[in-house]
Design a protein around this ligand. Structure first.
Ligand code: CTP
Length: 460
């Protein structure tokens, strides 16, 4: 399977001395660290060096960055499952193992390094490293104490000394844990240098593209190009005193999945975020506005919506706030009886304002979410009450659905009375289902503006 002919040796194309990986296939293994989003930058830089890139992810890595982000950046299917089979029935990770010129694992967690040191082929990254003859580069990222622990030191030593892997040492500095120490993922430029060094002047292993993983064309059309979509994500927080607040369990996963999906489909995205516990989508095309309270989120969303094509309110907005906020920290001795008052309903306010627009004004398409427990009976009423075009309802008490999960089981209710029950799927897939409807409605809106409204498009 490996072509070692002299003619395939790497030569830097004339006039582009910095393109050091032209013709190479580099496999990037991403494991479950908060630094997983940095692998997107690494993929870009490897491609800038002329490399063809394929990405492998452990399942915990997919909790930090959606696999479609890497599929869009690399234009190859992302391997997330050891048993994954390509459309032509080849085993995905074996194709990568046989055709990659180097495998670079970045970020590599302590857990992954330990699995690799023990030869446990439980995820596609370890399985590919075990099955390959290509050089392997490992860029660890973890807490400083974990990095200096004797177990990690021994495992890294084994990877370097017994397996011959190149280790790109993490940097010292502030870490995601809030501590300082050595553990921050090395800069992408240093990792790229290590990959170039590890390959040296070896011949290209699989210059024939049919021996490599297949190219995927864009998973979706760029059907939101030139559209501006405003998305809210996460939970709002209403202060009780300088240290305490009323919050909720929202992690922001659904809103961030929507933002990533909209970006991948060519939209310009404004993401209004409250409290979230996952990384924001990397890359250009997204403007992030932070809003702590319901009032701040209302202001940010209303300002961003000016001229925008659609609003998707995925944020879990507090319904009540303390009537007054203490200026100093409340003490235990003084006791606490909170008087609450309702917050403004952001979406209902915007729905009413949009309904009052003159008929010729372009109206933004409005999508709301309804987090219910036990029954979805109130959802249709909520759709009318909020004046939205689409309401995404889910039972947050159902297993695999709601706050903090990677999946969602939703019903999509539309203003025309239609209801669709979407069985459990990834939040990214739910996001694309929603955006399919947004894109189609915006196209219909533009068409109606040119040709006059069609009867079925008039709002109830
Ligand atoms: N929402 C909003 N402003 C609020 C409360 C909710 O804009 N003050 C939005 C949410 O972002 C979501 C939708 O309204 O898109 C429905 O939120 P939900 O909490 O399900 O509904 P509520 O209006 O709070 O109604 P209830 O708590 O009675 O179910």
């Amino acid at each position: 399977m490996t072509d070692l002919s002299e003619s395939t040796r790497l030569a830097a194309p004339e006039g582009s001395p910095s393109v050091r990986l032209a013709g190479r296939l580099i496999a990037v293994g991403v494991t479950g660290s908060i630094a997983a989003y940095k692998a997107a930058d690494l993929v870009r830089r490897l491609r800038d060096e002329g490399a063809d890139v394929v990405v492998l992810m452990t399942s915990s890595a997919t909790r930090f960055v959606g696999e479609l982000t890497f599929a869009a950046l690399s234009r190859h299917p992302v391997e997330t499952d050891v048993g994954g089979v390509l459309p032509d029935q080849r085993i995905g990770h074996i194709v990568v193992a046989d055709s990659a010129d180097a495998i670079v694992v970045a970020p590599a967690t302590a857990h992954w390094i330990a699995s690799m040191a023990a030869g446990l082929a439980g995820d596609p990254v370890t399985a590919t490293c075990l099955a390959t003859a290509a050089p392997v580069v490992v860029a660890p990222a973890m807490d400083g104490e974990m990095y200096s622990h004797p177990a990690t030191r021994a495992n890294i030593g084994r990877l370097r000394d017994a397996f011959g892997y190149a280790i790109v040492e993490p940097e010292a500095g502030p870490l995601a844990s809030g501590q300082a120490g050595q553990g921050r993922l090395a800069e992408s430029a240093s990792i790229v240098d290590a990959v170039v060094g590890a390959i040296g002047d070896r011949p290209i292993r699989a210059p024939d593209p049919t021996l490599r993983p297949p190219i995927v064309t864009e998973t979706r059309d760029a059907d939101l190009e030139n559209r501006h979509i405003v998305i809210s994500a996460g939970g709002t927080a209403e202060p009780i005193d300088p240290v305490r607040y009323i919050g909720n369990r929202s992690t922001g996963k659904m809103g961030v999945a929507l933002a990533e999906a909209a970006l991948a489909r060519g939209a310009r995205v404004t993401l209004v975020v409250g409290h979230i516990s996952i990384p924001l989508p990397p890359g250009a095309g997204v403007l992030v506005l932070h809003a702590e309270t319901t009032a701040e989120m209302g202001e940010a969303v209303t300002a961003a919506l000016n001229g925008a094509d659609a609003l998707i309110m995925a944020a879990a907005v507090a319904d009540f706030r303390p009537h007054s906020t203490a200026d100093t920290k409340l003490t235990r001795e003084s006791g606490l009886l909170l008087e609450l008052e309702p917050t403004e309903d952001i979406l209902a306010g915007i729905g009413a304002a949009v309904a009052a627009l003159p008929p010729e004004a372009p109206r933004p398409y409005l999508v709301g979410f309804a987090a219910e427990t036990g029954s979805l009976d109130r959802a249709a009423d909520k759709l009318r009450r909020k004046g939205v075009d689409l309401l995404i309802a889910n039972d947050v008490a159902e297993e695999g659905s709601g706050f903090g999960t990677d999946t969602n089981h939703v019903w999509i209710l539309a203003a025309d009375g239609s209801q669709v029950d979407l069985p459990l799927r990834s939040k990214r897939a739910v996001a694309d289902e929603i955006l399919d409807r947004v894109a189609a409605a915006l196209d219909a809106r533009d068409h109606a503006a040119q040709t006059g409204p069609m009867p079925q498009e008039t709002r109830a």
